[in-house]
Write a protein that binds this ligand. Structure first.
Ligand SMILES: [Cu+2]
Length: 117
């Protein structure tokens, strides 16, 4: 005979397995980023680091390290496509000066890129 609580216990077990499965599905590490290249992660609904210093003409690698979808907005003008978990995007900062990088979906995400000549 099956105890009356069995369906509820099975549902709870299924939920726990599901939650455990999600916790283990990490975003794969970025592949193909040159060693020493300027690198910014999107993680915890923030950029990491939040300030970056590069030389004019340098390429910066952006990586979405979480499951939230982000994009990149450069000085409020140019935009990357939407970035899914694990996506990489490369942007070349041609102009010296202070540049702001933001995300359309998360206004709290702010990156300052200081580009020197
Ligand atoms: Cu975002």
């Amino acid at each position: 005979m099956i105890p009356r609580a069995a369906p509820a216990l099975l549902a709870l077990l299924a939920l726990l397995l599901l939650a455990g499965g999600c916790a283990e599905s990490r975003v794969p590490d970025p592949v193909g980023v040159p060693a020493g290249a300027p690198f910014v992660a999107q993680d915890g609904l923030a950029f990491s680091p939040q300030t970056l210093r590069v030389r004019a003409g340098e390429r910066v690698w952006f990586w979405n390290g979480e499951t939230a979808v982000h994009n990149l907005v450069f000085d409020g003008v140019a935009r990357s496509p939407d970035m899914e978990a694990g996506d990489l995007f490369v942007w070349r900062f041609a102009e010296a000066g202070d540049h702001a990088v933001t995300c359309d979906y998360h206004p709290q995400m702010r990156l300052r890129v200081v580009v020197r000549p």
